[in-house]
Design a protein. Structure first.
Lengths: 139, 381
């Protein structure tokens, strides 16, 4: 497994030998409803792995630096894209987007889950999850 | 059970007033409402009041008078004003008291709101990695809506242009200069597809409304409007709300849809009967989507409605006649009451340069906020 910085939240995802992440969610044992992030309530929710691939449901670009707290990124600010990705029949998950220029996102485009470094204001780095367009995928 | 009337209204101008605290602005609004109605603070039998970020409403008794009044503080986030009004409505309707007041005020620092994840039941990483912004939610909701229902950026800009035109006619508005459509479209992008002129800003201001029973309203002989419906609703399954790390695949309706249906049913009227509407316009897309969520048109029809100017003063359904949140800013605790204040002014023919022509009879107001709460009121002259 590649040597990646610590995760933003150990319960959220795991990385395989190639550094590819899998997101976890909770499935309600009674209703089957899928919940993300996974609730810390094993009696009610079983932990499941979410599909990695999906389609972009909506997106925007964060063009001003969010207030700190809660934002933990560095003072020097670069705009970033965020979006919701519909992961098969399971759930629609929000995350940062990466992989193309900020004007390169379109609703419906195929996306896949990736691990991303996230720089903190203090200088350290964490690993978070993000979604990136699948290169060359049919629209 | 009594019918409920609004017999007086006061406002502290919205915007920024560095020399006055939020609480003092609230006192100003109460005094103006009382003076306009020729009533004294000692005539008030009850009060409901609140702010989101500017202190405890009931402390204003030290300014207004220690009459021993039943004063209930309301703290319900973005629906604080709507909830204060609902309290007043229920109190009169039940017959408990026959005259009282609802007041909402606020004073926020500049810039976007900075919520704390734990207070919303969310993990720290959600805020730390830059996902916890109301602006992102609004942008992504309208982005999806535009793609699904064929709404264009020109229509987004037309809504802001109308807001500033109406604000220019409104004494209590903050933004009082018209801004043309091209300037709005070409301004700095804040969160795509929304530019800086398409978002409202947190601000300051205060509103007070005096409520009376039917008997008391008749005795007072003041310009009065009947509160035909007041409904506050939280979110149903599958709605799309602020601060959602994930959404269910099965999409549902919204707190606005259910609050709206409840209000129409309570009032026994339909959307086509409404003469003037104040709809939550945190940003221009919100006004567009809320036109449909409140039943005034089908999804996608806004494109034609707005191109034809139907929501302008003088159109078939004037919307946000005082410029709404876009021109007035959003002091959370006062914003919902401002909408009702505006409908009171319109229905009693006191709206001056922005008066809707043709003696409007039914006024509709709708406030929406995090984490998925809507309040709707229907007034009748």
């Amino acid at each position: 497994m590649p040597d990646l910085p610590p995760s933003i939240d150990a319960q959220l995802f795991e990385l395989d030998a190639d550094g590819r992440p899998t997101l976890f969610a909770g499935r309600d044992r009674d209703t089957g409803r899928v919940v993300f992030p996974p609730p810390a309530d094993p009696d009610r929710f079983e932990t499941i792995a979410l599909p990695r691939d999906g389609r972009l449901w909506s997106w925007t670009v964060q063009r001003f630096r969010p207030k700190s707290p809660p934002y933990a990124g560095p003072e020097a600010f670069e705009p970033y894209a965020v979006g919701y990705v519909e992961l098969g029949e399971a759930i629609i998950v929000e995350g940062r987007l990466s992989g193309v220029t900020l004007d390169g996102y379109r609703i419906g485009m195929p996306m896949t889950l990736v691990a991303e470094p996230f720089a903190m204001a203090g200088g350290e780095t964490r690993t978070t999850f993000a979604f990136a367009p699948i290169a060359g995928a049919a629209r | 059970m009594s019918d409920v009337f609004i017999v007086g209204a006061g406002i502290h101008p919205f915007g920024r007033t560095p020399e006055r605290s939020g609480l003092q602005q609230g006192v100003h609004a109460v005094r103006q409402a009382l003076a306009g109605a020729g009533l004294a603070w000692s005539d008030m039998r009850f009060a409901f009041g609140g702010s989101d970020a500017a202190g405890k409403a009931d402390t204003m008794v030290s300014e207004l008078g220690l009459t021993g009044i039943q004063f209930i503080n309301v703290a319900n986030g973005c629906a604080t004003g709507g909830s204060a009004m609902f309290g007043a409505y229920s109190t009169i309707k039940s017959g408990e008291f026959d005259l009282g007041i609802a007041v909402g005020f606020d004073k926020h620092p500049r810039g976007a709101f900075d919520p704390k994840p734990a207070e919303w039941g969310l993990p720290d990483w959600y805020g730390e990695t830059g996902l916890m912004l109301t602006t992102q939610f609004f942008a992504m909701k309208i982005q999806r809506y535009m793609a699904t229902h064929g709404i264009t950026s020109t229509t987004l800009a037309a809504v802001a242009e109308k807001a500033f035109d109406n604000g220019a006619l409104t004494d209590h508005a903050w933004r009082r200069e018209p801004v043309d459509r091209d300037t709005i479209l070409n301004a700095t992008m804040v969160s795509d597809p929304l530019t800086k002129f398409m978002f409202c800003s947190p601000a300051e201001g205060a509103v007070a409304l005096i409520f009376a029973s039917e008997k008391r309203a008749r005795e007072l002989g003041l310009p009065a409007v009947r509160l035909r419906a007041a409904a506050v609703r939280s979110r149903p399954p599958g709605s799309f709300e602020v601060f959602s790390p994930a959404l269910d695949i099965a999409r549902g309706s919204s707190p606005t849809v259910i609050a709206s249906s409840a209000a129409y049913e309570m009032a026994g009227v339909s959307p086509g009967d409404i003469d003037v509407a104040q709809l939550q316009d945190t940003e221009t897309g919100a006004e567009i989507m809320h036109m449909a969520e409140n039943g005034f048109c089908a999804d996608g029809e806004q494109e034609a409605w707005i191109a034809e100017g139907r929501t302008r003063i003088g159109g078939s359904l004037p919307v946000n006649t005082d410029g709404g949140c876009l021109a007035c800013g959003e002091p959370i605790g006062a914003s919902g009451l401002r909408q009702v204040y505006e409908n009171y002014q319109q229905l009693t023919g006191q709206a001056g340069a922005r008066q809707v022509p043709g003696t409007p009879r039914l006024g509709y107001s709708h406030v929406y906020g995090a984490p998925g709460v809507s309040a709707v009121a229907i007034l009748e002259r």
